[in-house]
Ligand binder design. Structure first.
Ligand code: MIC
Ligand code: SF4
Length: 644
């Protein structure tokens, strides 16, 4: 039987389990990436594993998230990361070189290889025909130490793209269409494999926009074939040696095939506060716009920025709009400059930011109170911009440019100008000056630890009885941004006691204090949640910090993939209601007791939970593999001897 792309690559990397969708498998990881905000914890964990050097073909540590440097904390982290990279044989991409996903696509991704990264948008490199998966820092550390990466063998859905996009409609509109079809929940354990004649017209950076935002659907990853377009891209990067043609077999089988006619897609937007809240730009009825932000790992390729430069050439930013640009990489910026497009952007009144995550993670450029902000990034969760009452809409670069000119939501087709044609420069400037390769001739290099670098906290083994309070009850689609905010708080990533003070800050600012008090009184905490708990980022702090506050279990209607893995890695039980209606019967503050926990978990049985406050019992499931049981019983992966 013919094989799809996913099967081909996963089977070639399979080292544990069998290729049966739904079963846990372990795969060999060829490449890893980390970024600074998740990287310090990942490398502290790697240090605890006592391996002399990384065992992957390539590991890259990027500094791109915490580059604002107000106070010493970020700079301390950067220095630590640089010293770890040298010691363990890791390539370092310095601050200013660009966003991890854009740089990895340009400089390091290789068709047919496996990549895991401690950032949820790692699937961006699926645009190159590789299996690229976002994971928690601990999973990435284990892969660097040569351990397999475990995942549920995915179901593969083919997204069959036919036809060609109309002018003014671009890759962002395709992925917004996909989000409209699939939404942000219910896609755990699935991979999107793109195919069809429409794919042939999409360049690698366009494919990257689409693969990037598959993360918002919650899929394990997204992948495109490695074809002529892939060769052209790698050739432009002077890396054609990395090319390998990888196509699905003609008779490949898929779980489901979804057809999208590219010619029928119109300019779309994701309205506040979820990437799947899709509407057409035209239906936004010209809402007034206060801020436009162009950039992020989704839409800041050379083509994206040149398209906007050409639309804005000779025009000026509307007086009510603040227009921000954060190029995806230094390569993009250098080429924009060299080809003269940067001059047009600056002349139009753009405010140029560093080549980094910046506004996307809310650590700069928070808009004014109640602002309407149009962003080419991938997430518009409540408060993520740093302004709680801002209304963030996700749009294409074309729609962003139209609003820059008019000061209103404007369908770019209504601008009345010709759609700009973007030609790639004949020879793009490739400059790796901010990439430091480890000097393997140097030995005994020192790790530099400033006062911001703390140790990862340890958990105790799972107790026999959980005697807890339902310290918080939350609803559906709780994201990791709800659980532990990034933005201005992100500088505490390497300091768990301090960062833990902000758990659920934007949902219930007293949660951390209540949880601490319970812990001090010798009790446990339980989080009760609705559907799709843990959407969004891969930040393992959304598990580590609750663990630090004494959370022993989360009971939810359903969980998202990366967050489930992180909970398990830090010894928190991910429990799902046997009957979803039991969710309604629990009130925040109820006393919940679970007896014989260890025995029931080990036996894979349902856990009966006694609601002591309301006087009833209900059942929860805990579907864990033998490996995961071992981890939760030990109180987390770092306590499992064989993983050290
Ligand atoms: C994000 O986009 O939310 C982040 C910041 O890149 C996170 C990682 C983090 O929280 O450090 C992600 O997507 O995984
Ligand atoms: Fe950075 Fe935003 Fe991309 Fe996350 S989504 S990696 S914060 S640019």
């Amino acid at each position: 039987m013919g094989k799809n792309l996913v099967e081909k690559i996963l089977e070639a990397h399979l080292i544990a389990g069998q290729y049966i969708p739904g079963e846990e498998i372990g795969i060999r990881i060829d490449q890893t990436l980390t970024q600074d905000a998740t990287g310090t914890m990942a490398y502290l964990q790697l240090e605890a594993m006592n391996v002399p050097r990384v065992k992957t073909e390539l590991s890259v540590s990027y500094i791109d998230h915490n580059t604002i440097q107000i106070g010493y904390e970020n700079a301390d982290d950067h220095r630590y990361l640089q010293s770890v990279a040298q010691k363990y044989g890791i390539v370092l991409s310095r601050a200013g070189n660009g966003i991890c996903h854009q740089v990895h696509l340009e400089r390091f991704g290789v068709p047919g290889k496996t990549l895991i990264g401690s950032d949820s948008h790692t699937p961006t490199c699926g645009a190159l025909g590789m299996i690229a998966i976002g994971a928690g820092g601990l999973d990435v550390a284990q892969a660097m130490a040569g351990e397999p990466f475990y995942l549920i063998c995915p179901k593969v859905v083919k997204i069959n793209l036919t036809g060609k996009l109309q002018p003014w409609v671009s890759a962002k509109d395709i992925i917004l269409k996909v989000l409209e079809i699939f939404t942000t929940k219910g896609n755990v354990g699935t991979v999107f494999e793109y195919g069809g004649d429409g794919v042939a017209h999409l360049t690698v950076p366009e494919r990257a926009t689409i693969a990037n935002m598959g993360a918002e659907c919650g899929v394990t990853t997204s992948i495109f074939p490695s074809d002529k377009m892939t060769w052209l891209f790698l050739h432009s990067q002077q890396r054609e040696n990395a090319f390998d043609e990888i196509l699905p077999d003609k008779s490949a089988k898929y779980e489901r095939v979804v057809n999208i006619d590219l010619a029928k897609i119109e300019p779309l937007t994701a309205r506040p506060h979820s990437p799947d809240n899709i509407g057409t730009v035209r239906n936004m009825n010209g809402i007034a716009v206060d801020q436009v932000c162009l950039g992020s790992c989704t839409n800041s390729s050379y083509k994206d920025l040149v398209t906007v430069a050409k639309i804005l050439k000779g025009r000026v930013v509307h007086p009510d709009v603040s227009f921000i640009i954060a190029p995806g990489s230094r390569q993009v910026l250098e080429n924009l400059f060299h080809e003269g497009h940067l001059a047009d952007l600056i002349a139009s009144g753009a405010r140029l930011m560093e080549n980094a995550c910046g506004f996307c993670i809310g650590n700069s450029q928070s808009p004014k109170s109640g602002a309407v902000s149009l962003r080419t990034s991938n997430r518009n969760f409540l408060g993520r911009s740093g302004t709680m009452d801002a209304q963030v809409y996700l749009v294409s670069p074309e729609t962003a440019a139209a609003a820059v000119i008019t000061g209103r939501f404007t369908d770019p087709r209504d601008l009345g100008i010709d759609y700009p044609h973007v030609k790639m420069p004949k020879n793009i400037i490739v400059d790796d000056n901010l990439i430091i390769r480890p000097d393997i001739t140097k030995s005994g290099s020192e790790i530099v630890r400033g006062p911001n670098i703390g140790a990862p906290p340890a958990n105790s083994p799972l107790p026999e009885t959980i005697d807890a309070t339902a310290t918080i009850k939350v609803g559906d689609k709780i994201t990791t941004d709800h659980i532990i905010p990034a933005g201005a708080r992100m500088k505490y990533r390497s300091n768990i006691p301090r960062y833990s003070e902000f758990v659920f800050e934007n949902v219930d600012a007293d949660f951390a204090k209540r949880a601490q008090a319970n812990k001090a009184a010798g009790k446990h905490n339980i989080i009760v949640a609705g559907l799709s708990y843990g959407q969004g980022s891969s930040r393992e702090h959304a598990a580590i910090c609750p663990m630090y506050l004494g959370v022993r279990a989360v009971i939810a209607k359903s969980f998202e993939r990366i967050h489930t893995a992180n909970l398990i890695n830090f010894g928190i039980l991910p429990l799902t209601f046997r009957n979803e209606s039991d969710y309604d019967k629990i009130t925040q503050g109820d006393e919940l007791a679970i007896a014989n926990v260890r025995e029931l978990i080990a036996a894979g049985k349902d856990l009966p939970i006694q609601n002591k406050t309301k006087g009833f019992s209900f059942s929860v499931k805990c579907n864990l593999s033998a490996r995961q049981k071992q981890i939760v019983l030990a109180g987390g992966a770092l306590n499992v001897k064989s993983l050290k």
